[in-house]
Write a protein that binds this ligand. Structure first.
Ligand SMILES: NC(=O)c1ccc[n+]([C@@H]2O[C@H](COP(=O)([O-])OP(=O)(O)OC[C@H]3O[C@@H](n4cnc5c(N)ncnc54)[C@H](OP(=O)(O)O)[C@@H]3O)[C@@H](O)[C@H]2O)c1
Length: 283
């Protein structure tokens, strides 16, 4: 008897989250994954998106493709919006035409970071950076075009052993320095890319998205970058470094960082029956 196989297209597959999904591939024998890097599928080329979905049968798209250079985006607005808004629009139009479920990844940067309680999905958005504004524009265009078949997952402080992220930067700095300074006045929740990848696949495999909408996903527990760094160093290089807690003013950036970007994950946990572990247990 033939079993029905689920076909998942992952865009931006060479990125951090895309690679995390790729590494799980062998755990899901009933799923046919198609991993498309930017060279395979440029989401800003509408003809390519249409042709790609014409040539490949797909049930769900997980869109991890994005312009993620937060500081560079401040002077590169057109490119950020082209990828984070137009690219999402093209995916949404093509998905709608073919009845494909579209799971799209967004960010804590849609908020202004002035809260003191974890952000819920319904909280007011107010992005302060070009990156945040472009990601919000992507959310909005997707909701407008395909209101009944999208799922937006906002996440924060994503890290994995592969890719450019704070976690790998700390491990590199630890090899090069005995003393490291890290900002201690920005709060968030580190998110292990593999843990998020499992949830994205789980949501993909639901036969239809009856729970379409926006969901927040991050590791459980809030910390500062300093506390995150301390935990990483204690695990991999115990008692080898002196870590200094400094203010953000010591590290001026082109794009302002949210002071507080902890996400409330209650909705995704209840809706999809998932348990999210504390970020400290998966570093
Ligand atoms: N990293 C974080 O801390 C964080 C936090 C919150 C939310 N997010 C969101 O999570 C998602 C995944 O992030 P990530 O860390 O995996 O980012 P990433 O490592 O930068 O990966 C993004 C991938 O998208 C590709 N890409 C760029 N333009 C494209 C295009 N036109 N067509 C197809 N692919 C394109 C990139 O290729 P090139 O590298 O060749 O340009 C890259 O491989 C993004 O939506 C991001 O906004 C990330």
């Amino acid at each position: 008897m033939n079993t029905i196989r689920h076909r998942i297209l992952v865009t931006g597959a060479s990125g951090q989250l895309g690679m995390a999904i790729q590494e799980l591939r062998s755990d899901y024998s009933a799923v046919d994954f198609i991993f498309a890097s930017k060279d395979d599928l440029d989401i800003t080329n509408q003809d390519s998106v249409i042709n790609y979905l014409h040539s490949n049968e797909v049930d769900t798209i997980i869109n991890t493709a994005a312009y993620t250079a937060v500081d560079k985006a401040e002077n590169d607005k057109e490119a950020a919006f082209l990828i984070n808004e137009k690219g999402v629009e093209y995916l949404a139009v093509a998905s709608k035409a073919k009845g494909i479920k579209l799971i799209h990844i967004s960010t804590d940067y849609v908020f202004d970071g002035s809260a003191s309680m974890p952000y819920k999905e319904v909280d007011e958005v107010n992005p302060q950076t070009v990156y945040g504004k472009s990601k919000l524009a992507g959310e909005q265009i997707l909701q407008k075009i395909a209101p009944s078949q999208y799922c937006i997952i906002r996440t924060s402080w994503l890290y994995s052993k592969k890719g450019h992220n704070f976690y790998n930067t700390m491990l590199r700095l630890a090899k090069e320095n005995k003393e490291i300074s890290v900002v201690n006045d920005q709060w968030g929740s580190p998110t292990n890319a593999t843990e998020l990848a499992k949830v994205l696949i789980k949501i993909s495999l639901l036969s239809n998205i009856t729970h379409n909408g926006i969901f927040h996903y991050s590791g459980v527990g809030a910390c500062t970058w300093y506390a995150f760094a301390k935990a990483i160093l204690e695990k991999y290089y115990p008692n080898k470094h002196t870590l200094y807690a400094v203010d953000s003013s010591s590290y001026p950036t082109a794009a302002p960082r949210p002071v507080y970007s902890v996400l409330d994950t209650t909705l995704i946990e209840k809706t999809f029956d998932i348990t999210i572990v504390n970020w400290m247990s998966v570093i």
